[in-house]
Design a protein around this ligand. Structure first.
Ligand code: NAP
Length: 331
């Protein structure tokens, strides 16, 4: 049986993408085959289509770091034919053929059963971005964040995938004091409708005075931007607060000093969704499932394998808003 896949390869020292009709022989190894219903577009997927994006480990590759669908072949008795599953991260769409194809062959140790209350489409509205947002919130709660004190929580890159998902999940968990940090004035209405209490421009956070500590403004920070913004925020967190960092949308630098840590007891928490242990994933997905009423308020754009490339072009350069899902079997 032939089916559709979006390939990227290097030709004449340039990245080329192409829709091809392939068979399961062209897929990477694994013990389950999934008929893919939806995938999504994450920041990392956008980088996958860039030369020197640092994402694809071998070419040619079918990108797409997220996918969901139904098992059609299984060599693992824990997964039965017809079962609905989600897979994000690990080597998917990076060094193992990924979600931008009508079928995927994966290691069953990378998949999670679809939790109750979540549709396949819901799961890709969330995708890696939402899973990462949920991990960020979980890590801050472990560091002491609790809705009873209604802490001031800043979310950077607020209009992007991780940012909008973080706001929605925070609201679902009862947090009401959420400050969106965004450079997009045009998205105030959207952010208000997600439930943020305030909107601040990165220009008002980033200071170039090199002060090691500044006035305390936020109890907790969910950062997905990195660079100057994350560096400045570290100096503005209240005593005993914490900041989770998951992204580098504006750069990998983090200029800091020891004082926020030793004088204010600030915790800096790294978040990785890619290799997050599979055994603990269902618990996070169940929490996400409980937050769907709020997650459904996040702007979602749906594309197909044929229209995905046009969408990638429009989300480059910090232009993305909300989440983009890829309808795979609706071609
Ligand atoms: N550690 C992990 O496991 C993990 C998982 C998922 C994502 N990430 C990382 O988290 C970051 C955000 O991912 P995402 O899916 O939310 O991306 P996205 O949807 O493209 O959103 C990124 C947002 O960051 C803000 N931003 C600020 N400066 C930027 C710049 N120079 N270039 C691009 N965006 C800029 C923009 O929001 P505003 O205009 O509102 O400021 C933008 O919408 C990325 O670095 C991604 O690699 C990491």
């Amino acid at each position: 049986m032939k089916f559709k896949a979006l390939y990227i390869e290097i030709k004449d020292n340039k990245i080329k993408n192409q829709i091809k009709y392939i068979t399961t022989n062209d897929l990477s190894d694994g013990d389950v085959i999934i008929k893919v219903e939806y995938s999504s577009i994450n920041y990392k997927d956008m980088l996958a289509f860039k030369k020197n994006g640092g994402v694809i480990h071998k070419y040619p590759m079918i990108p797409g770091i997220d996918l969901c669908g139904e098992i059609v072949e299984s060599n693992n008795p824990s997964y039965i034919i017809g079962q609905k599953v989600i897979a994000t991260g690990f080597d998917i769409g990076v060094s193992h053929t990924g979600g931008y194809a009508q079928y995927a062959r994966l290691k069953s140790s990378w998949i999670t059963p679809l939790p109750d209350g979540l549709s396949l489409k819901d799961s890709m509205m969330v995708g890696t971005a939402g899973f990462t947002a949920a991990l960020s919130i979980e890590s801050l709660q472990q560091a002491g964040m609790h809705k009873n004190t209604q802490p001031k929580i800043a979310v950077t890159g607020a209009t992007g995938g991780v940012g909008t998902m973080a706001i929605a999940i925070l609201k679902a968990k009862g947090y009401d004091n959420i400050i969106a940090i965004t450079s997009k004035d045009s998205q105030s209405q959207m952010l208000k409708s997600l439930g943020v209490s305030d909107i601040v421009s990165p220009k008002d956070i980033i200071k170039d005075d090199n002060k090691p500590l500044r006035s305390q403004c936020f109890h907790y920070v969910i950062d997905c931007v990195g660079g100057e913004l994350a560096s400045s925020l570290l100096t503005q967190i209240y005593y005993n607060g914490a900041m989770s960092v998951c992204g580098n949308a504006s750069g990998i630098a983090l200029n800091t000093n020891i004082l926020p840590f030793i004088l204010r007891g600030i915790k800096l928490i790294g978040i990785d969704s890619v290799a997050y242990p599979n055994k603990q994933r269902l618990k996070i997905w169940n929490e996400i499932s409980n937050a769907m009423e709020f997650i459904r308020k996040v702007p979602i754009t749906e594309v197909t394998l044929d229209t995905l490339i046009d969408k990638l072009d429009s989300i480059k350069n910090s232009n993305n808003i909300g989440r983009n899902i890829v309808s795979i079997n609706n071609q």
